[in-house]
Structure formats: structure tokens, C-alpha cells
Design a binder for this molecule. Structure first.
Ligand SMILES: Nc1ncnc2c1ncn2[C@@H]1O[C@H](COP(=O)(O)OP(=O)(O)OP(=O)(O)O)[C@@H](O)[C@H]1O
Ligand SMILES: [Mg+2]
Length: 276
């Protein structure tokens, strides 16, 4: 591997739920190379979004260190873009204004910012929709706007949290290919969280398989397939089966006594009982 560009070193994230500690992530170690495309899969509640937020600097680990280009990550940065599962566009702002929010903390001139916004709207195929409002966009177009906002500051890391989860299969396939083209062109380090194992294998250089209770890395599966890849190839199908097998492997993680693990459901049961 080239020198790691983005790293998680012994990351643990503990939350308090109902006054009790809950371990969302437990000793996560991951080195991601410059320009690598890493995908992350795992059951709901295993800590994928938590990990992505830590990489983004939107949250701070209970222990351990996140580094980006050798610097410790302690806050968000224009060098790290993030794309959320829902496009999270402000309904009262035009597409152009929504995308320019990705440059909110940038010190660039107004003219340069406008150029960047234009350039990135073009990159995601939304040039003709700069002055429309989010409700005038389809789901796929709104997600494209979210991707443009994540990319507009020209980050060298792009973090994507299930960006295509809510889209139909055809739109999803289009956007996956567009994202892959952008990645190849811009040499951005990508970390994409997904529930879709096929997507993880199709896009990733490596697939990180996480296990729940508490969130840990179970396995990292390399995808040594040349690009462009064929979705229907037997290689993709074999790797998908391998990742699925790893995901469904039994064997609960052990955890320190007295500490709740993430997503064991007990906090939900307590909440329901309280609400009664
Ligand atoms: N701010 C928070 N406060 C308390 N608990 C939290 C917080 N954020 C996440 N958690 C808990 O951490 C665990 C992991 O949550 P996370 O959102 O990272 O899971 P996920 O793998 O992204 O799940 P999904 O696939 O459903 O999106 C969950 O049990 C969740 O309840
Ligand atoms: Mg999530």
C-alpha cells in the first residue's frame, strides 16, 4: 500500500444511552491509501455512520486517533467532503446555493466559489438545474446535488453514507458509475458506506466488513478486479457471496463485562416501556 492517507488507530466510540454506556465502535484499526476506494458494509447499528462521522471530524472518538494526511482529525475540514444518505438540501435555497454551502468556510473569492459551484454542477450533470429548488428535482438529481456539495471544496477525501440507498436500481447504477468516473478522474480517497453488498464489491478496492455488538472490523476483503468492472461477472458474484458469508458469520464479539454493546435492542425496549 502507498503511505496511508486516512487512518483509524484503535478507535473506540462509546455513547450514553439512558444513562448507561453503549459501545458503538470497539478498537477499529484501518489504513486507507491515497486514492483508494474503500467500501464499508455491516448490519444496521454496527457503527458505520459513527465511523464515517469520526473520519469527517463531525464527532470525536472516546479513545484512539483519526489521521488524515498525518494530521489528527479533530474537526470538519474542507479537505474532507461528506455525502449523507438523504441529500439534506435546504428547500428554500436553489441548487446552486445549496451546493455553495460546501464552500461556507472557504476563504476563496466569490468569483472563484461561483466557478467551483458551476464546475461541480456540470460534473454531476446538473448544469441546467442551477436555479431550481430541491422540490423540483427527482430523487437521483437531489442526490447528485448532495454529491456536488460534497465535492465542491475539492476535497481529497470523500465520505459517503449510503448515498444511493433510496434510489431505484437504474438511477443507482448510473450514479455509481458517475461516482466511479469522478473518483478515477480526481484521484480522491473514497470511503463509501452501504447496505448493498453488490455495490460494495462493484465499487471498492477493498470491502470492510463490520460486525455488530460492539462494532468491529470482522474482515477486509480485497477486490482485485480490473476496472471497468462488469456487474454481472462471475468474479463480482463470487466476491459478493464471500462478503455475504462474512456478514452472516455467527460468533458474537466478546466485550468487557458491564458494558452494553451497540444495538442490542435493550435501550429501545426501555424507551418503549417508558413511553407506555
Ligand atoms: N449520538 C448518539 N448518541 C447515542 N447513541 C448513538 C449516537 N449515534 C449513534 N449511536 C448508537 O451507536 C450505534 C451505531 O450507530 P450508527 O448510526 O453508527 O450505526 P450504522 O451502522 O450506521 O447503522 P445503519 O446501518 O442503521 O445506518 C447504535 O446503537 C446507535 O444507537
Ligand atoms: Mg448509518
Amino acid at each position: 500500500m502507498n503511505r496511508p492517507h486516512l487512518t483509524a488507530e484503535h478507535i473506540t466510540r462509546q455513547f450514553q444511552i439512558d444513562g448507561e454506556p453503549l459501545i458503538a465502535l470497539d478498537d477499529i484499526n484501518l489504513d486507507i491509501a491515497q486514492g483508494e476506494f474503500v467500501t464499508v458494509v455491516g448490519a444496521s447499528g454496527c457503527g458505520k455512520s459513527t465511523l464515517l462521522r469520526l473520519f469527517a471530524g463531525l464527532d470525536i472518538a472516546t479513545s484512539g486517533t483519526i489521521r488524515h494526511a498525518d494530521e489528527q482529525v479533530v474537526e470538519p475540514s474542507l479537505h474532507r467532503g461528506i455525502v449523507f444518505q438523504e441529500p439534506r438540501l435546504f428547500p428554500w435555497l436553489t441548487v446552486e446555493k445549496n451546493v455553495s454551502l460546501g464552500l461556507l468556510n472557504s476563504k476563496l473569492t466569490k468569483a472563484r466559489k461561483a466557478d467551483l459551484v458551476r464546475e461541480h454542477l456540470e460534473l454531476v450533470g446538473l448544469s441546467r438545474f442551477t436555479n431550481v429548488y430541491p422540490h423540483q428535482l427527482s430523487g437521483g438529481m437531489a442526490q447528485r446535488a448532495g454529491i456536488a456539495r460534497g465535492l465542491v471544496s475539492r476535497p481529497n477525501v470523500l465520505l459517503l453514507d449510503e448515498p444511493f440507498g433510496a434510489l431505484d436500481a437504474i438511477t443507482k447504477a448510473h450514479l455509481q458509475d458517475e461516482l466511479q468516473e469522478i473518483w478515477a478522474k480526481e484521484n480522491i480517497t473514497m470511503v463509501l458506506v452501504t447496505h448493498d453488498v453488490e455495490e460494495a464489491v462493484y465499487l471498492g478496492d477493498r470491502v470492510v466488513v463490520m460486525s455488530p455488538r460492539p462494532g468491529r472490523i470482522r474482515e477486509v476483503v480485497p477486490v482485485k478486479l480490473a476496472r471497468p468492472r462488469r456487474r454481472t461477472s462471475s468474479d463480482i458474484a463470487n466476491l459478493r457471496d464471500r462478503v455475504l458469508k462474512s456478514l452472516h458469520a455467527t460468533g458474537e464479539n466478546t466485550r468487557p463485562k458491564g458494558l452494553k454493546s451497540a444495538d442490542d435492542g435493550s435501550h429501545v425496549e426501555r424507551a418503549v416501556a417508558l413511553a407506555r
